[in-house]
Design a protein around this ligand. Structure first.
Ligand SMILES: Nc1ncnc2c1ncn2[C@@H]1O[C@H](COP(=O)(O)OP(=O)(O)OP(=O)(O)O)[C@@H](O)[C@H]1O
Length: 254
């Protein structure tokens, strides 16, 4: 692991109207880290993700990806540069089958790489792309759901499909916004094991938000605590867990 950060945010600020949601947020994520951002509801975690991924513009501050400034870049450019993202509610194409969803993602990655993204999609990609779709679907336990419309998939299948689609874009950093939200405890444990396995096999750096403490401490190599839009702690999970200030505003409520 080198010390040069994959993702860095400096003095990041964001307001919605008159309400300032992020105050001078500083974040530095090293390659191979699994960083989990925790904090009470409304702390600004999703807003931070949106600013980092380019879904909303930040008002002030600088964001860099592998040393290159990305602050003003649109979301799709950041995806192209290696940021993958999943959402609290899975964003998939509901009327297409799981396999068609995957095909769109794999084809898009291939077309962006070859500069042919504007051509019409046929959903009949080359054999090697079809093989890649099959491989990713079986890696994420989606083979049985492949030919079902995405809208009727079970909750966990939808979340895994969205994750598989983001992996199809071959990201270096994957941002997961509450990846186990709405799951049963058993499904949560499976999701943690799968995320850890994917991280290791694909060599991913992870940035997550999560409320479930078993998930947090099961995945985090480093924790950042956000409270009212400010970072109040950042460090090794055991140190953050023991921090009296963190216990006061968040962890002590468990
Ligand atoms: N589009 C928006 N317009 C106005 N205010 C917003 C908007 N999005 C979020 N907010 C406000 O910004 C604050 C931070 O919200 P955000 O969703 O980032 O918090 P969070 O830490 O992700 O919360 P949760 O854990 O509940 O998902 C909240 O007070 C929220 O009401």
């Amino acid at each position: 692991m080198t010390d040069a950060p994959i993702l860095e945010a400096k003095a990041l600020c964001k307001s919605y109207g008159l309400v300032q949601v992020l105050h001078d947020v500083e974040l530095s994520i090293a390659p191979g880290e699994s960083r989990v951002v925790i904090g009470p509801n409304g702390a600004g975690k999703t807003t931070l993700f949106k600013c980092l991924s380019g879904e909303v513009p930040s008002d002030k501050g600088v964001i860099s990806l592998e040393g290159r400034e990305i602050t003003g870049l649109r979301g799709w450019r950041r995806v192209q540069m290696g940021i993958g993202r999943t959402f609290q509610v899975a964003r998939i194409f509901p009327e297409m089958t799981a396999r068609e969803n995957m095909t769109v993602a794999v084809e898009m990655r291939d077309r962006l790489a070859r500069g042919t993204a504007r051509r019409l999609f046929s959903l009949a990609p080359a054999a090697e792309l079809r093989a890649e779709v099959d491989e990713l679907m079986s890696e994420l336990d989606l083979a049985a759901a492949a030919d079902r419309p995405a809208r009727i998939l079970a909750h966990g299948d939808k979340k895994r499909l969205e994750l598989a689609m983001s992996l199809a874009l071959r990201p270096t950093l994957v941002m997961l916004d509450e990846p186990t939200a709405g799951m049963s405890p058993a499904d949560r444990a499976d999701a943690v094991a799968m995320i850890a396995r994917l991280r290791d096999t694909h060599g991913l750096t992870l940035l997550l938000t999560e409320h479930d403490m078993e998930v947090v401490f099961g995945l985090a190599t480093r924790l950042t605590v956000l409270h009212q839009g400010r970072i109040i702690a950042d460090g090794a999970p055991a140190d953050v867990r023991a921090d009296p200030n963190v216990r006061e505003v968040y962890l002590g409520h468990d």
